[in-house]
Design a protein around this ligand. Structure first.
Ligand code: AMP
Length: 620
């Protein structure tokens, strides 16, 4: 669940109004956008009914930016201005792509490579933004409204630079990123929901440009990533490239110009896809200068020339199993994701290795987008189906401000929702009739290091001595992800509460920053908490002693009075010096010295209370 923010009662007239949110699978070869409509997730088609949008962008002579099939149509004639598989270049430098056969004019720029196009020098971020913009337009037309945000999937392998590049692309496209989600997790969400299964699953994701393997454990609707591995430079494109090299060999061709290379790579891809359903395929092309290519590729030959690529995918699978300390027999199922898993040799290799048939009942192209859409629906706070309870955990602890600017955690992070916890608090001062409740989220000890979610006041507490009132503060996160906090004084029954709504403003990075801050600062936080607690205890006894002296100093002789005044002064100066140990010692001392004084006051109070009372008053 997302972080929680204040919702003023009455501010959201329709708290459960369906908010339009989408899941986007920004793939190397194809991209998809999906959304949950009437409770079920579906990929959104374009006007021609196609759900896949080829991740290809053409910067045309006419100044028009074309995305998808209209860009592919220009690929052969305009290869250097038609960018495909741009995901491979996200957050990458020129050295990372040196071995790829591409027709692009790369420009080496600090930070990330760029591509020189007719429309100017484009960074992979800008090219990706063009793809995302096309998906956003499709979604808005299909859903009939503005999107509140999108969950965008990235390979588990993506490093910070690549993730940041993806977020930047979304921002440029005018999308509000609800969250970046790892592709395998999205696939697991889609499959987990369908099958409602528990156990350890392998997500084998072979897309156009990347290979990801993840081992996920599903328990009671929660996904725990046990291990990930993969190869960010291995995918279906490499199979195309093997066929391309095979064609060059068969047709006895040497290095080709960019346009011819593009033509043959396209033919190679078509052949690869055809071989998923046919025993052989014919590859024909007429290249520049009239060179004719006409070759027949059989499934057997295709399997032969790509067998090292297939076994290259098994190496990371073994590694992931080793990292998770699991055996093949521990794996309950293998989820196939990515268009390239349609290749029969891949399915066979996976079945051989895991000694079971992989799960292929969901479309391997749509699985990720569907999982992302389900997650987006949750993050947008749409009231939903039972299914969306599956995923939700509270990413950061929820708590309350206590004396000394400290945070008392009430619901720890990673609690699944719905959840409810309560804790009792008490008043700090004699006669205190109101209590300020400050709801916070975060892992750190001090209020200033956590995020403030809501504030409200409990008024009408009957005046009592400090520490006598019992105020029960309850935190409840309901199935809709709404947090409500209520406070009740138990003797009088006075109550106050506030509703807090889920927000979608906090990014994964912010959450992980908050978490890593809490780890980094653990020691400093402990010291800060110690000092703050010492100060709270000290001020409490200072207040109580001063109040007692003001009313009952006459019960003390001069020596007793000066003793108490001296240790009071010592405590106050140690409080000013902010020395936790000294404060603690001085508090103990004052506590000890005022023990007799407290007894005298008690005696006096009892005498005074009894004065004038009739014995009959004690009968009941
Ligand atoms: P993705 O990145 O998940 O969109 O996967 C795209 C890759 O899947 C590309 O390399 C496609 O050529 C490949 N692909 C799509 N359909 C098939 C198919 N029927 N057989 C083999 N590969 C396919």
């Amino acid at each position: 669940m997302a972080l929680l923010q204040i919702s003023e009662p009455g501010l959201f007239a329709e708290p459960h109004q369906h908010r339009l949110a989408v899941g986007i699978d920004l793939g190397t070869t194809n991209s998809l956008v999906a959304s949950v409509k009437s409770g079920s997730p579906a990929c959104l088609p374009d006007e021609q009914g196609r759900t896949l949008l080829a991740s290809v962008v053409n910067y045309g002579k006419d100044g028009v930016i074309r995305v998808g099939s209209s860009a592919i149509a220009r690929q052969n004639d305009d290869p250097s201005n038609t960018i495909s598989s741009v995901k491979r270049f996200m957050g990458r430098g020129i050295n990372d792509v040196a071995d790829l056969a591409t027709p692009y004019r790369f420009v080496d720029e600090p930070g990330m490579l760029k591509i020189s196009t007719r429309a100017g020098i484009k960074s992979p971020v800008e090219v990706s933004a063009d793809i995302l913009r096309a998906l956003k337009t499709r979604a808005e037309q299909s859903l009939g409204g503005d999107l509140v945000g999108a969950v965008i999937t990235v390979p588990a392998y993506f490093d910070d630079a690549q993730r940041q590049a993806t977020k930047d692309a979304a921002r440029i496209a005018g999308l509000n990123v609800l969250r970046l989600l790892n592709e395998p997790t999205a696939a697991a969400i889609a499959y987990g929901l369908d099958n409602g299964s528990e156990g350890t699953y392998v997500i084998y994701d072979l897309g156009g440009g990347t290979f990801d393997v993840s081992i996920l454990e599903l328990t009671r609707g929660l996904f725990e990533v046990r291990a990930t591995s993969g190869d960010s430079k291995l995918g279906g494109d490499d199979f195309d490239h093997r066929i391309y090299c095979w064609i060059l060999e068969q047709a006895e061709l040497s290095a080709l110009n960019a346009q011819d290379a593009r033509v043959l790579l396209t033919r190679a891809r078509e052949a690869k896809e055809a071989l998923s359903d046919h025993p052989s395929t014919r590859i024909t092309a007429v290249l520049r200068e009239g060179v004719v290519v006409d070759v027949e590729l059989s499934v057997e030959t295709f399997h032969e020339i790509t067998c090292t690529l297939v076994s290259n995918t098994i190496t990371p699978v073994r590694k992931a199993l080793r990292d998770a300390k699991l055996q093949v027999s521990d794996i309950k199922g293998v989820v196939m994701v990515g268009g390239a898993t349609r290749m029969p040799q891949i399915r066979h290799a996976v079945a051989d290795f895991f000694k079971q048939e992989p799960l292929t009942n969901l479309d391997p192209d749509k699985v990720v987008a569907i999982g992302a859409a389900i997650q987006a629906n949750v993050l947008a706070g749409n009231k939903g189906d039972d299914e969306w309870l599956l995923l939700d955990v509270i990413p950061l602890s929820l708590g309350l401000e206590t004396m000394g600017n400290l945070v008392e955690k009430i619901i720890p992070r990673n609690s699944t929702i719905p959840t409810a916890r309560a804790q009792e608090f008490t008043t700090f001062k004699d006669g205190q009739t109101a209590m300020a409740i400050h709801v916070l989220q975060g892992e750190r000890e001090l209020v200033s290091d956590c995020r403030s979610l809501a504030r409200f006041e409990l008024r009408g507490i009957p005046p009592m001595v400090a520490g006598a009132a019992r105020i029960r503060v309850s935190f409840q996160v309901d199935a809709d992800g709404l947090l409500s906090v209520s406070a009740k004084e138990l003797s009088s029954g006075v109550e106050a509460s506030i509703m807090v709504k889920p927000s979608y403003g906090l990014s994964d990075d912010e959450i992980s920053n908050m978490l890593s801050d809490s780890m980094k600062n653990a020691n400093a936080d402990v010291q800060a908490r110690k000092l703050a607690e010492a100060l709270v205890d000290a001020s409490s006894i200072v207040n109580a002693t001063q109040a007692a002296l003001a009313s009952d100093a006459h019960l003390l002789n001069t020596q007793e009075l000066s003793h108490i005044e001296n240790s009071l002064a010592t405590l106050q100066s140690s409080m000013q010096a902010l020395d936790a140990n000294a404060i603690h010692a001085a508090t103990e001392k004052l506590n000890e010295i005022t023990g007799d004084f407290a007894a005298k006051r008690m005696d006096a109070a009892v005498k005074c209370g009894l004065a004038g009372q009739n014995i009959a008053d004690f009968k009941d």
